[in-house]
Ligand binder design. Sequence first.
Ligand SMILES: NC(=O)C1=CN([C@@H]2O[C@H](COP(=O)(O)OP(=O)(O)OC[C@H]3O[C@@H](n4cnc5c(N)ncnc54)[C@H](O)[C@@H]3O)[C@@H](O)[C@H]2O)[C@@H](O)CC1
Ligand SMILES: Nc1ncnc2c1ncn2[C@@H]1O[C@H](COP(=O)(O)OP(=O)(O)O)[C@@H](O)[C@H]1O
Ligand SMILES: [K+]
Length: 535
Amino acid sequence: MITSHTKEAKLNRSFSHAPLLTATEMRAAEQAAMAGGGVTGLDLMERAGAGVVAAALAEWPDLEEGAQRAVVLCGPGNNGGDGFVIARLLHARGWRVDVFLLGDAERLPPDARHNFLRWQEIGQVDPLTDDALDRFAGAEGVALVVDALFGTGLTRPFLDLGAVRGRLAAWQAAAQPRIVAVDVPSGLCSDSGRYLGHDDSAALDTAIKADLTVSFHSAKPGHYLAQGPEGCGKLVVCDIGLDRAEAPTWLAQAPLAGRLSKAGPSHKYAHGHAVVLSGPPGKGGAARLAARGALRVGAGLVTVGCPLRAVAEHAGRLDAIMVHGLDGTAGLAEMLEDMRYTGLCLGPGLGLGPATGELVRTALAARRGTVLDADALSRFQRDPAVLFGMLHEACVLTPHMGEFARLFPDLAEQLRAEATRGPAFSKVDACRAAAARAGCVVLLKGRDTVIAAPDGQVAIHAAAYERAAPWLATAGAGDVLAGMICGLLARGVDPLGAAVTAAWLHVEAARSYGPGLIAEDLPEALPRVFRGMGL
Ligand SMILES: NC(=O)C1=CN([C@@H]2O[C@H](COP(=O)(O)OP(=O)(O)OC[C@H]3O[C@@H](n4cnc5c(N)ncnc54)[C@H](O)[C@@H]3O)[C@@H](O)[C@H]2O)[C@@H](O)CC1
Ligand SMILES: Nc1ncnc2c1ncn2[C@@H]1O[C@H](COP(=O)(O)OP(=O)(O)O)[C@@H](O)[C@H]1O
Ligand SMILES: [K+]
């Protein structure tokens, strides 16, 4: 019996989400719409181009003033086709527009070629050569550069990117044109957020970095993963009239308040009892942080379970949180005979010794909603299969990248390897494979936190764009997150919902506190977050 699933069932499955489409899924959505007969590829390209122009003018209202000058860089595929539409629409507004093409006009796909020919009735198209770029680098009065070189069709490294980017950088310094990227900044893989052929750590030194990126129909995973947010600058998604997409990957958004409410006649046990296990004396801070997270997220009761010799330390530091001295695994097994304990958290500060492995075994045998973090994961580095054999579907693993590499070394290696082909292996691919292997929810931490369920559902929770929270990179923040997930599991939220909800609340708490945040502040910021949600 999985008790965490039986309580507060009303909380389950109530988070909102927006689908994120891979290049293949986007192509399928487009094909389906065209097969339905209601729309043609040319219609979609026209809407896409119009969407970019509208978004750029909305972003920079000063561009509405008088005739401006733009440079449009078009690539060899349909992304380039969007570029020709944009050039035509800007020209129609009275702008002076210079258009460059990378590649052979004869080989443009049909819709792009159609728009190339329409543009040729208006103005010329120069090949995108170094010379041509040099003529424009530093050109006075260019207000807007449109990057329509590559979109979702990028299949191999865009090696000339450095040259284009270098000139754009010089140009930006001289004339400060705004760069608007069509769909994605060229060179960025829309599935993974990685710049193909560029060292992940330094990609942005050599890649096109937009001020604004305008995508179509739905955002793509690469807008949120890895280098995506820096590359895109700001993200706007414009509707091009396709039916609402469904996809197995989605962007985590605000949880619905109802799932977190304590409204209605209830008592503390109706909200579950979370247990956080602690390591030896002097190592209990991480467990106390997790426990505080579990309590503030609304678990009815929270207990720190600790070695007998650590009871005095915890008792001196805790009030609302109870302390339970445990005599090893036997003590834990005896404690968990009481079915009122509905959520468990093991890992923060637990230690890497054999006792941790035994505690994990005992905890998992009790089949409660269980978060395994930090040492409870690293302990199984030598033989992850032993851990996978014990996990059950009410578990959530919360590794950071280092811990992930200990349990899933092959997947971490694939992620570390240079991305040379598009679509590139992504953090979503890695986390989805990990969840399938573990048979439970895996939350892979980072600014681009990815949460995967064994059935293939994946949520990306990105602390990026307007939700950036760089102050979360602070010691102990992960311990609080593990505790918050445990608290939600204890309350009866399903594992995927608990992980997604906690990830969102965690970043929201950091944002509401702001600069100077330390881990202790995170649980204390939750009441303000809840109040803001109308709870
Ligand atoms: N799928 C859709 O529903 C829509 C797509 N649209 C646009 O179409 C784009 C996708 O078009 P495509 O699939 O034609 O792909 P792209 O225009 O992104 O590029 C594909 C072309 O570039 C070549 N290529 C890939 N990597 C290269 C490299 N490193 N160096 C040189 N050549 C390279 C490919 O062989 C292919 O010819 C989207 O990003 C979007 O801008 C829009 O028109 C709106 C609708
Ligand atoms: N730049 C960042 N922006 C937003 N969140 C971040 C950033 N860096 C780290 N985080 C988050 O901070 C937490 C750090 O957790 P972890 O690495 O386990 O550290 P610790 O073990 O010290 O608690 C994770 O939830 C992670 O997603
Ligand atoms: K582009």
